[in-house]
Design a protein around this ligand. Structure first.
Ligand code: UD1
Ligand code: CA
Length: 479
């Protein structure tokens, strides 16, 4: 099936998709539901929905159960629907739970996909639909040297007989293992398959209702059932095979993530990004790095980040949902989250830009500077050891080392405004709400609690006292 270049286009109103995402994911040993485990900063489920949306549009139902609210929350902004599986009694039961509302909404052709298969692409789904469309029930398979814990496809004379789960597999009864396994994608004609749902039982090694038992029931009922072989390979290292496999354990997650990271970095390199060490760079599926940008070493660029042409990101930076404009350097060990950095800026090393940090053109944030919900106007500088939270900082302002905006009074956050051209001396505490007018000067070590007018000099510290004669200290006598 892998050579087929089926076009990816909407399938029409009578097509629907169901994502099985109610399970806990016990083998992941995590508090998080498995479908929310992240690869390159995006949840597993997000990948599945991204692959389905171009084909099924709004006709996508996600079966949720374990940590349902969390899973629903992770789908915010998408148009999918939800079916609630109160108790997770198995994949067959999950389908039963979704069935009624699907049938009522006029869907006749259904794609079912396990929610833990993030590497399956829209192209894979489109090709599977084209191959399996004529069958009453089709499922996607791949061939492995070691079928491991996957459901095993049993055939005689090439014709499918059943899918037998690994725990229930008995070579005496089911014949020798062939290595062909069920990938967890199914296509069904709802009218034909609907009557079979009641035939599912939990009489098996796991005590669960298996969706895979529909295969044997379908054959008994005389339906046309087909196993569509997607790829043949010796091991799960082969990408055409790996893409189709579910992610059940940390090993499988990391293996899949490594392949994704490699292909994203290569893609960036091939389109003209200077990725100097591609093996070490991780670019999320929705992040954009424009041709002409440079990434010098290990970095994570996730979420909706955009790194524009002519920007440079140095080693060990983490950039999430942030924009970095042309001519800007983000120096090593900087962390950016929901920040916007304009053109010609300098950030870091060791800078932290938190949500709402906005750096306008040619501004600078240096080492050990934290910025949150604050704008630095054009050419403004905070070069060392500073916290700027809830602040509006004008053009060409210079913030001295050690300056802190005291934005929080224990209950509320308050704004600090520093107008253009002002100079804030080192180690100043600005107790918000407070405004420093344009071109004012605040003396080093000041604690500013009242507004400073334009062009004024504010000194708010104890006057230095110098007394003549140091006197004799006790230690002096012994030394
Ligand atoms: C399943 C298949 C197996 C196949 C493999 C492919 C069954 C019985 N077995 O096994 O043949 O080789 O996928 O990856 O289907 N889920 C629910 N509700 C439940 C149980 C599970 O929504 O009650 C969801 C899970 O969240 C998961 C998906 O269904 O996303 C698959 O469940 P999982 O337990 O991972 O099935 P496997 O054991 O991998
Ligand atoms: Ca699985």
């Amino acid at each position: 099936m892998k050579d087929l270049q089926t076009p990816i286009r909407p399938l029409g109103e009578h097509w629907g998709a169901v994502v099985l995402a109610a399970g806990k994911g016990t083998r992941m040993y995590s508090q998080r539901p498995k479908v929310l485990m992240e690869l390159l900063g995006e949840p597993v489920l997000g990948y599945v929905l991204d692959s389905l949306e171009p084909l099924f549009g709004e006709n996508i139902t996600v079966v949720i159960g374990h940590e349902a609210d969390l899973v629903r929350g992770a789908c915010a902004g998408r148009s999918c629907r939800f079916a609630h599986q109160e108790q997770q009694l198995g994949t067959g039961h999950a389908l039963q739970v979704a069935w009624e509302s699907l049938a009522a909404s006029g869907i006749r052709k259904l794609l079912v996909i396990n929610g833990d298969t993030p590497l399956v692409t829209a192209q894979d789904v489109a090709a599977f639909v084209e191959y399996g469309e004529e069958a009453d029930l089709a499922f996607l398979t791949v061939s492995l040297r070691d079928p491991g814990a996957f459901g095993r496809v049993v055939r005689s004379n090439g014709k499918v007989n059943a899918i037998i789960e690994a725990k229930d597999f008995d070579p005496e009864m089911h014949g020798p293992t062939t290595g062909e396994i069920n990938a967890g994608l199914y296509l069904m004609d709802m009218t034909r398959v609907g009557p079979l749902l009641d035939k599912l039982t939990d009489d098996n090694a796991s005590g669960e209702y298996y969706i895979t038992d529909l295969v044997a029931h379908g054959l008994d009922a005389g339906l046309r059932v087909e196993g569509v072989l997607a790829a043949v390979a010796g091991t799960a290292e082969d990408y055409d095979v790996l893409r189709m496999l579910g992610i059940n354990s940390p090993v499988e997650l990391v293996r899949a993530e490594a392949r994704l990271a490699e292909s994203r970095a290569q893609e960036a390199l091939n389109t003209g990004v200077l990725v100097r060490w591609p093996e070490s760079v991780r670019i999320g599926p929705h992040a954009v790095v424009e041709p002409g940008a440079e990434i010098t070493g290990p970095c994570e660029i996730y979420g909706r980040s955009v790194i524009r042409s002519g920007a440079r990101v140095e080693s060990h930076c983490v950039i999430v949902d942030s924009t970095v404009d042309a001519g800007t350097s983000v120096h090593s060990f900087s962390h950016l989250q929901s920040a916007s950095v304009g053109p010609g800026c300098s950030v870091g090393p060791y800078a932290r830009l938190r949500p709402g940090a906005v750096l306008e053109e040619h501004s600078k944030v240096g080492n050990f500077v934290e910025v949150k919900k604050a704008t630095l106007g054009p050419g403004a500088k905070a070069s060392h050891l500073t916290y700027l939270g809830d602040a509006a900082i004008g053009a060409k302002v210079n913030i001295g080392a050690g300056t802190i905006t005291c934005n929080y009074d224990g209950k509320n956050k308050h704004l600090t405004t520093i107008e253009e051209g002002s100079f804030i001396g080192s180690n100043t505490a600005l107790v918000a709400p407070v405004t420093v007018g344009a071109h004012a000067l605040v003396a080093a070590g000041s604690v500013i609690t009242r507004d400073v007018p334009e062009n004024a000099l504010a000194v708010a510290r104890c006057r230095q006292t110098v007394l003549p004669g140091r006197g004799t200290m006790p230690d002096d006598e012994t030394s």
